[in-house]
Design a protein around this ligand. Structure first.
Ligand SMILES: Nc1ncnc2c1ncn2[C@@H]1O[C@H](COP(=O)(O)OP(=O)(O)O)[C@@H](O)[C@H]1O
Ligand SMILES: [Mg+2]
Length: 306
C-alpha cells in the first residue's frame, strides 16, 4: 500500500487539482485508488460535483472507532473511490486536540485490503487533519506555484515534513516538490524553479504542470481532465507527473532517505521577490518553522501509553 499526502501550507498552489488528477491517473494505470478529502472546505469534493455530504458519509468516519475500513462510505469516481469531506470537519476539529489525535487515519487505514494507493488532499494549514495525513503517509507531494508566497509555503511545509519524520512518523520520506501552473515564458517562474532546485535538488520533480485552461475549468459531476480533454497539456502533464512520482516512490522503497534534512529556513538565500530588492527585503526574516502543540507531545504520550 502506498500512502500519499498532498500538502502546502499556502492555498491556491494546485493541491486539490493535483490530488484529483494524480488519483485519476493512478486509477487509469490500473491501481486501486482511494482519494480522501481532509480539507474542511471540501473543495475537492465540490470540484467533483458533490455537495451536502452527511457526516456519516464523510472522511470524518476515519476519526470514529466504530467504523470498519471495509465499510467506508466511498463514492465511485472516474479512476478512484472518493471519501468526501464535509463542513463538520471544522466543528469536530475543536475536540481533536489530544496529542494522540494525530494518529486516527494511520490506525484506520491499517485495515486496508482494498486499495493500492491512498491519497489525502489537505487544507492550506497545519491542522490536526493535515498532520493526520502526514502521520499516515510514506510520501508527501508539495505542489508549488512559482511565486513568492507559494514557495515560502512550500518551504514551511518541508519543515513540517521534517518534524513529522523526526517525531511522529519515521516512515515518511523526504517530500517531492511539484511545480504547478507554470508558464515557461515568465522569467520569474524560471527563477523560482532554479531557487528550489538549488536548495532542494532532486526533491524537486522534473515534471512540471503547466498552466492549462482545461485544468482551470470547473468540473461537471465526477469528471476529470482525462475524460473531458485527454489530449490537453493538463492531462499529459499529470500523466507524466504520475509516472515520475511512481518511479520516485519505487526508487525510495527500502530506505526513507534518512540522510535528508530540510534546509534551514532561507536567510541570505531567500527566494526572489516579485519587487526589486530593497534594503528592507535584504534583511527579511526567514520563514518561521511551523509549530503545533501536537508535535511537542504526541510521540511521548504515545510511548508512555503503550
Ligand atoms: N495547472 C493549472 N492551470 C491552470 N489553472 C490551475 C492549474 N492548477 C490549478 N489551477 C486552478 O487554480 C486554482 C487553485 O487550484 P487548487 O488545486 O484548488 O489549489 P489548492 O488546493 O492548493 O488551494 C483553481 O481554480 C484551479 O482550477
Ligand atoms: Mg485545495
Amino acid at each position: 500500500m502506498i500512502v500519499l499526502s498532498i500538502c502546502n501550507h499556502k492555498g491556491g498552489t494546485g493541491k486539490t487539482t493535483s490530488a484529483i488528477h494524480l488519483g485519476a491517473a493512478l486509477g487509469l494505470s490500473g491501481h486501486r485508488v482511494l482519494v480522501v478529502d481532509l480539507d474542511p472546505q471540501s473543495f475537492l469534493t465540490r470540484m467533483l460535483g458533490i455537495a451536502d455530504v452527511p457526516t456519516a458519509e464523510s472522511s470524518l468516519v476515519l476519526f470514529d472507532h466504530e467504523v470498519e475500513f471495509g465499510a467506508l462510505p466511498t463514492r465511485a469516481m472516474p479512476g478512484f473511490d472518493l471519501l468526501p469531506s464535509t463542513g463538520t470537519l471544522t466543528k469536530r476539529m475543536r475536540s481533536l486536540n489530544k496529542p494522540t489525535d494525530v494518529l486516527w487515519t494511520k490506525e484506520a487505514i491499517e485495515q486496508n485490503e482494498t486499495y493500492d494507493v491512498i491519497l489525502f488532499d489537505t487544507a492550506a494549514a497545519v491542522t490536526v487533519y493535515s498532520l493526520n495525513a502526514m502521520v499516515a503517509s510514506q510520501h508527501v507531494v508539495i505542489p508549488v506555484t512559482p511565486e513568492y508566497q507559494p514557495v515560502i509555503g512550500a518551504e514551511q511545509t518541508a519543515q513540517t515534513v521534517a518534524m513529522v519524520r523526526e517525531r511522529l512518523n519515521p516512515e515518511l520520506h523526504p517530500p517531492h516538490f511539484l511545480f504547478t501552473q507554470v508558464d515557461a515564458r515568465k522569467s520569474a517562474h524560471r527563477k523560482y524553479r532554479q531557487y528550489m532546485r538549488k536548495r532542494y535538488q532532486e526533491r524537486v520533480m522534473d515534471t512540471v504542470i503547466r498552466t492549462s485552461a482545461s485544468l482551470a475549468r470547473t468540473y461537471d459531476a465526477g469528471e476529470t481532465v482525462f475524460e473531458r480533454d485527454p489530449y490537453s497539456r493538463g492531462a499529459r502533464d499529470y500523466a507524466n507527473a504520475t509516472d515520475e512520482l511512481m518511479q520516485r516512490i519505487q526508487d525510495a522503497a527500502g530506505g526513507n532517505g534518512a540522510a535528508w534534512a530540510a534546509p534551514a529556513p532561507a536567510g541570505a538565500e531567500a527566494p526572489p521577490t516579485p519587487q526589486p530588492l530593497s534594503s528592507a527585503a535584504n534583511g527579511r526574516q526567514a520563514p518561521a518553522a511551523p509549530s503545533h502543540a501536537m508535535f511537542d507531545n504526541a510521540s511521548s504520550e504515545r510511548s508512555s501509553s503503550t
